[in-house]
Design a protein around this ligand. Structure first.
Ligand SMILES: *Cc1c(COP(=O)(O)O)cnc(C)c1O
Length: 388
């Protein structure tokens, strides 16, 4: 048997971290003291109230059956209420809110609802990989929009060629942005909504980091700007907002026809999120304001320790306003980000993410995650001198 893989699988972009992953595992097995700034996974615990809420809900037999495809009404209502208070956006909890098994699932399933073979998704570069993966798995083509520092890491919509736009159906955006940690103004969302209307595009805004922001800054919702509800949807997740990456609870809100199309794909693939988790999700939204205030103080301290530290040792780096990533140019002595990441691991026992791994325009940069303690970050800065 040849077990020939489908073209869809074969067309997925190659995984570029094989070598670094191997080196990392080897270093750990040798007992070396590795500081891992590579993963975007909060190190702090899920709030105890949320764990308690799951514990209770899991014991209730009514939560032990197949869930409703679209999510329990109580959670959808709570999400709509959260959108109202947090963003000033009014949503119909029955038609414009869908619970997801983590936002990645919805982000990757969206193209299956709208992309035919040969259709194009417009995707920022560098980016969170599922935008590309979901598009390719549905037979679509990826057109990348470079996120360049000189444009404040915003895509240049006017640079997209007419023949590409004719084939384009989806436009992914993500602010606050992973990996560049850039934020955007309301004006950018307005431009996107207008652009989408003009070219008949569906906008998918990934707002996974809307609650991780510093210095008093609070990111807004795409759905708040004029025309957005006609043009698109917004993805959210409790993963980063409430330290729940392992729990897998997210949601998508916005245009009812797009939301119901994603629901239709999902009803053929999964049967929704565990009811007890959804109950815990309500608790997470109840406490999210208090929780994020505490977490953002922690991340902000770490950000300052890392960025001030890097600048002091001679690695010029800017302070991000949001996300728990620091995105910085590699020192001049390196030509490639992967080389810089390799040296960081070999000489300093530090894992960082080479920018090229997130897309071609990520070359020349590395990403460092603020998901280790301030003390470890200070230690990392000391060690990183060896990389310069
Ligand atoms: C972490 C992350 C998500 C969230 O994924 P979940 O599936 O909800 O855990 C979504 N988008 C981006 C850009 C992320 O970094």
């Amino acid at each position: 048997m040849s077990f020939e893989l489908s073209d869809r699988l074969k067309n997925l972009p190659p995984y570029l971290f094989v070598e670094i992953d191997k080196a990392k595992r080897k270093a750990k097995s040798q007992g070396r003291d590795i500081i891992d700034l590579g993963i975007g996974d909060p190190d702090e615990a899920t709030p105890a109230e949320v764990v308690e809420s799951l514990h209770k809900a899991a014991q209730d037999p009514k939560n032990q059956h197949y869930p409703l495809d679209e999510g329990i009404p109580e959670l959808r209502k709570r999400i709509a209420q959260w959108y109202k208070t947090r963003f000033g956006v009014t949503l119909d909890a029955d038609k414009e809110v869908l619970v997801l098994i983590g936002s990645k699932e919805g982000i990757a399933h969206l193209p299956l609802a709208f992309i035919n073979p040969g259709d194009v998704s417009l995707i920022p570069d560098p980016c969170y990989p599922p935008y590309k993966g979901g598009t390719i798995l549905s037979g679509g083509r990826v057109h990348t929009m470079p996120l360049l520092e000189e444009n404040n890491f915003l895509p240049d919509l006017n640079a997209i060629k007419k023949n590409v736009l004719k084939k384009a159906k989806l436009l992914y955006i993500n602010y606050p942005n992973n990996p560049t940690s850039a934020v955007c103004e309301k004006g950018f969302f307005e431009d996107v909504a207008l652009f989408a209307k003009k070219h008949d595009l569906i906008v998918a805004h990934d707002a996974a980091y809307s609650e991780v922001a510093f210095d008093g800054y609070r990111p807004g919702s795409f759905l708040k700007v004029a025309g957005a509800m006609d043009a698109g949807v917004e993805f959210h997740s409790l993963s980063k907002t409430c330290n729940m990456t392992g729990w897998r609870i997210g949601f998508v809100c916005g245009n009812g026809r797009i939301v119901s199309a994603i629901a239709k794909v999902k009803s053929n693939i999964d049967s929704g999120a565990f009811n007890a988790l959804q109950v815990a999700g309500i608790t997470a939204l109840d406490i999210s304001e208090k929780h994020t205030e505490r977490m953002n103080m922690i991340y902000q301290e770490r950000r300052d320790a890392l960025v001030d530290g890097l600048n002091k040792v001679g690695w010029p780096t800017r302070k991000p306003k949001a996300t728990f990533y620091v995105w910085t140019r590699i020192p001049k002595k390196y030509k490639f980000s992967i080389e810089c990441a390799r040296v960081a691991l070999e000489k300093a026992d530090i894992v960082i993410t080479p920018g090229i791994g997130m897309g071609r325009s990520g070359e020349g940069y590395v990403r460092m995650a603020l998901t280790v303690s301030k003390e470890r970050i200070q230690e990392a800065v000391e060690r990183l001198k060896k990389v310069l």
